[in-house]
Design a protein around this ligand. Structure first.
Ligand SMILES: [Zn+2]
Length: 379
C-alpha cells in the first residue's frame, strides 16, 4: 500500500530544493541519501566535463525476471517572470500544489519512489528488478539519460517515464532534428545595391519561405510532422553595406518514418532549385548524442497493458492513449535502448510557465498505478 503522507512530504520536499537545469547537485544528493535510507542500492553517476549527476537506485527481486526502468528527470526549467508565489515553496490550495517542478516532474519522482518502496515493504516476493533512473539535463539536451544509457547503467526490458501525462497516457513522441544554415551574398556599398553586391538576407528570405513550404511526414496515430524556422540573423544595422551573411536555425519535428536523410535531401534540393547552390552551407546542429527520433509503442505492449489495468483499478476509468508533439527522455530510451516505453505521471498545469502547479490527488493515484503495474509485472 502506498503511504500517502510520506509520499506528499517527499513531493513537497523536492519542490523546496531548487534544481533548475544545470543545478541538479543538491537534489541529487538529497535523493541519493533518501533512497539509501529507504533501502535502495544507490549510485550517483556522473558525466561530462562538469561531472553532472544522475541518480540510479535499484531494488532487486528474489528471482530473475523482467527489469523495469522507472525514469524521471531531476531538473526543472528556470524561473519565468510572473510567479505569484515563491516557486521554491510548495503552496497548497485545495488539491493544487504550486511550485516550480510541481507538475514537471517532482510529483512523478516522488510517486515512482513511493511505488517501488511500497512494493519492497509489502513483504510480497517479487522477481526481476526495479531501476529508478533519475537524470539531469532533460530540460537541456537529455545528456543525463544519454550518458546513463551509454554507460550501461539502466539496462532494462521496459520502461515508464514519469512525465506529467496522466490521462491520456502517452505512447509516442515526435522526434526533433535541427539544422544550422549559413547563407552568403556579396558585400558592396548599400547605396550601390542592387547594381552591385548580393544581399544574403534576401537569399536567406527566399530560402526561409521555401523551407516553410517543404512537405512534412504523417503518421496514422501521431498526425503530422512540423517545421519551425527558429533563428534568422544577419546584416549590420550601423554599417552602410549590403549584407553578405545570414544565419538560420531550422528545426523539424518528425514522426516515425521521417528520417534525417530525407530531410537533408529536401533541403539540398530546395537550395539547388532556388539557384543558391554554393551560397548556402547546411550542417546538423551540434549536440552530444544523436538527434531524438520519433517513436510510437503499441497498446499491446506488456507495460502498457499492466499500467492501463492498474489505472483502471485505481481510478475506475480506462485510460486514453495519446501522442505528444514534443520530445523528452522517452525518445532516447526508445531509440537507444530499443525497449517499449510508456509515458505516464501525475500532472497539473502551467508547466514551463509561471504559477506551475501539480495535483496531490494525481501524485497519489500515479503512485498507486505504478505500484499496481509493478505488481502485475513482477509478482
Ligand atoms: Zn518534464
Amino acid at each position: 500500500m502506498v503511504q500517502t503522507e510520506r509520499l506528499l512530504k517527499l513531493y513537497k520536499d523536492l519542490i523546496r530544493i531548487p534544481s533548475v537545469v544545470g543545478e541538479e547537485e543538491e537534489v541529487a544528493a538529497f535523493l541519493a541519501d533518501h533512497l539509501t535510507a529507504a533501502g535502495f542500492e544507490v549510485q550517483v553517476h556522473r558525466y561530462g566535463e562538469e561531472a553532472r549527476p544522475n541518480v540510479v537506485a535499484r531494488l532487486k527481486g528474489e528471482e530473475a525476471g523482467p527489469k523495469i526502468l522507472l525514469s524521471g528527470h531531476l531538473d526543472t526549467v528556470p524561473v519565468h517572470d510572473g510567479w505569484e508565489t515563491d516557486p521554491f515553496q510548495p503552496v497548497e490550495e485545495g488539491d493544487r500544489v504550486y511550485g516550480l517542478g510541481a507538475c514537471d516532474m517532482k510529483g512523478g519522482l516522488a510517486a515512482m519512489i513511493e511505488a517501488a518502496r511500497s512494493l519492497a515493504e509489502s513483504g510480497e516476493a517479487f522477481r526481476g528488478e526495479i531501476i529508478l533512473g533519475f537524470t539531469s539535463d532533460e530540460e537541456g539536451r537529455s545528456e543525463g539519460t544519454y550518458s546513463l544509457i551509454q554507460d550501461g547503467l539502466i539496462e532494462a526490458d521496459m520502461a515508464v517515464v514519469g512525465e506529467c501525462r496522466f490521462n491520456p497516457m502517452v505512447l509516442g513522441f515526435r522526434g526533433r532534428y535541427s539544422l544550422d544554415i549559413e547563407v552568403r551574398g556579396e558585400v558592396a556599398h548599400a547605396s550601390e545595391y542592387p547594381l552591385k553586391g548580393e544581399n544574403a538576407l534576401i537569399n536567406a528570405a527566399r530560402l526561409a519561405i521555401g523551407l516553410e513550404e517543404l512537405p512534412v511526414g504523417e503518421h496514422p496515430a501521431m498526425g503530422k510532422g512540423s517545421a519551425c524556422l527558429r533563428y534568422f540573423s544577419g546584416g549590420e544595422p550601423r554599417v552602410l553595406k549590403v549584407p553578405d551573411y545570414c544565419k538560420l536555425l531550422y528545426e523539424r519535428y518528425v514522426v516515425p518514418g521521417e528520417s534525417q536523410e530525407q530531410i537533408w535531401e529536401q533541403v539540398q534540393k530546395l537550395v539547388s532549385a532556388l539557384g543558391l547552390a554554393g551560397k548556402v552551407s547546411v550542417s546538423w546542429s551540434k549536440r552530444k548524442g544523436p538527434f531524438l527520433e520519433g517513436f510510437a509503442v503499441s497498446e499491446d505492449e506488456e507495460i502498457v497493458r499492466a499500467a492501463a489495468a492498474a489505472f483502471q483499478e485505481v481510478t475506475g476509468e480506462k485510460p486514453g492513449y495519446g501522442y505528444d508533439p514534443s520530445v523528452c527522455d522517452a525518445n532516447y530510451i526508445s531509440q537507444l535502448m530499443k525497449i517499449p516505453v510508456l509515458t505516464f505521471g501525475p500532472s497539473g498545469a502551467n508547466w514551463h510557465a509561471p504559477n506551475e502547479y501539480g495535483l496531490k490527488s494525481q501524485v497519489i493515484a500515479a503512485a498507486q498505478v505504478y505500484l499496481g503495474m509493478l505488481q502485475r509485472l513482477l509478482t
